[in-house]
Ligand binder design. Sequence first.
Ligand SMILES: Nc1nc2c(c(=O)[nH]1)N[C@H]1C(S)=C(S)[C@@H](COP(=O)(O)O)O[C@H]1N2
Ligand SMILES: [Mo]
Length: 331
Amino acid sequence: MLIKTSHDGFCHPVSSEITSQRVYAGRRDLIKLMASGVAGAALTSWASREAEALTPRPGKLAALPGARSSLAGAVTMEKLTEYKDASTYNNFYEFGTDKADPAVNAHTLKTSPWTVEIEGLVKKPARYALEDLLKLSAQEERIYRLRCVEGWSMVIPWVGYSLSELIKRVEPLGNAKYVEFVTQADPKTMPFVGSRVLDWPYVEGLRMDEAMHPLTLLSFGMYGEVLPNQNGAPVRLVVPWKYGFKSGKSLVKIRFTDKQPGTAWNKAAANEYGFFSNVNPTVDHPRWSQATERRIGEDGLFAKKRKTLMFNGYEAQVGQLYAGMDLKKLF
Ligand SMILES: Nc1nc2c(c(=O)[nH]1)N[C@H]1C(S)=C(S)[C@@H](COP(=O)(O)O)O[C@H]1N2
Ligand SMILES: [Mo]
């Protein structure tokens, strides 16, 4: 049964309905686990995970479910960050520089209609309407750690598909070596575009092999719903082994180039924010250590800082991309 509401202009199941579907799916998994005899130790973490997945959400956004990803490394078993924290503690400078600003200000972002342009060194340049982009590949749920360069991290169930699915579709030319991500910069709806904190639009970039890596996620949702504006609606990148600023929000253009793109934070301070910006506990930021991090939601008086992991814990999956590179120089 699908319960529909009409107050916000589109139809979607209410959150209680989503919840019961999840509980149902969860029970089935549990029965399977019991039957296979591996319940035991797994059970506690399974139970706490399910409890986490049931964290009450606003339920005001359209449902965007995805099948749990089976990709190696794409699902961490760590405790999820509360939806409330993930959606109220944000970096999105177009809406202000305080962590609380985006949640307060981003309601003005107009996410429909939305198009993403694919241009540059590709055989098939295209202009995708969001609706078509959403359907280009099956939506998956990936539970990724995201580690901000400022020293905090979250664990978020993102919904989307590998960026490589889109890249294969547009057929990059042989001389395409980098991918540039251009994000929305609309001074009418984004109050801080026009301020001088950054050079707008916010631009990011990846080397082609990084962009093609299956863990690089083109994301449309989180916690089973479409992205809230403050998290980069309607479409953003999530590159889990790099500092958070590499994951551009509210993408409008993806451009294939033969030169390393000039990126927003690199232009602002090249000595502090390198092009690669792989999470690396052994390479300090010039003004602070990167060896430890604070997990958002664990910041009580006695909460211990966590050790930051090489490539944010994704070394087995992505380490090979950087074989032979001096990561102190190419930070
Ligand atoms: N367009 C745009 N994208 C952006 C930013 C930004 O200011 N503008 N901030 C980045 C930074 S510094 C981080 S840590 C992540 C935060 O993502 P989240 O708010 O969804 O956790 O978004 C990144 N993407
Ligand atoms: Mo960040």
